[in-house]
Design a protein around this ligand. Sequence first.
Ligand SMILES: Nc1ncnc2c1ncn2[C@@H]1O[C@H](COP(=O)(O)OP(=O)(O)OP(=O)(O)O)[C@@H](O)[C@H]1O
Ligand SMILES: [Mg+2]
Length: 259
Amino acid sequence: MNTTPASSVEMKDVHLAFGEKEILSGINLSVPQKARLVILGQSGGGKSTLLRLILGILRPTKGEVTFKGLTVSRMSRLRLNRMRQKIGMVYQYSALISSLSVRDNLALPLEELTRKSRDEIDQLVDEKLELVGMADARDKMPAELSGGMRKRIGLARGIIMDPELILYDEPSAGLDPVISSVINELIISLSEKIGATSIIVTHEMDSAFKVATHMAMLYQGTIIAADTPERFKNSDNPVVAQFIAGETEGPILQAPQKT
Ligand SMILES: Nc1ncnc2c1ncn2[C@@H]1O[C@H](COP(=O)(O)OP(=O)(O)OP(=O)(O)O)[C@@H](O)[C@H]1O
Ligand SMILES: [Mg+2]
């Protein structure tokens, strides 16, 4: 059977513990194809962990994560590698290899995972650099770039394989408002241009509302709300309302982690 499921990613009752400590305790989440789902949550709440579960880097202690209808934890190594070629990951701190030029950082996955010629690879690298407005940085080393530039290069690398799903870990955290807006616009235009599904984890409200077509809030190990951005904005759930407003008064405790 080879029908395309309506959801790109699904999580069903996903639990994850590190030792005694349960970080995720029953996540249910469905990410429609081509959606830009923003997952909001406190620092240390398990957002990056959630992305690692989708990539199959971590396995749930209970429950199931599926990508395009296939269970990630039941995939063979070969299938997992094939799946990962369809997923682009944009890391919080760009994670560029410092000893490689921008061109070589972007070319690496193409060289390792495809049989494309050097010319074809160069063309794809240039294309992606163009998309993020960084064509001039092609021959620079990561150390020569500012944080915002590195972030854009990280984004270009995340989409180098034309992924069906792009995972963004705090894409605009720590950037100035202008660069942050540039990144937000890129997230939107990339999802539209390559028709990819996007999952963006963040605790930055401005960015969240700019890019989201769907929103979910992770709190104390579960998804306590999943809705449209409009309904999120007017949510009467006290946790959601407090988080969005950034209030200190409310149900969210200062200490974010469960012990
Ligand atoms: N490999 C690991 N081993 C043990 N504990 C871990 C591991 N990875 C994460 N944790 C713990 O799991 C919790 C959630 O971490 P995670 O990185 O997913 O949070 P986060 O929501 O991404 O936070 P932030 O917004 O600060 O990036 C934290 O308490 C963290 O210490
Ligand atoms: Mg994180």
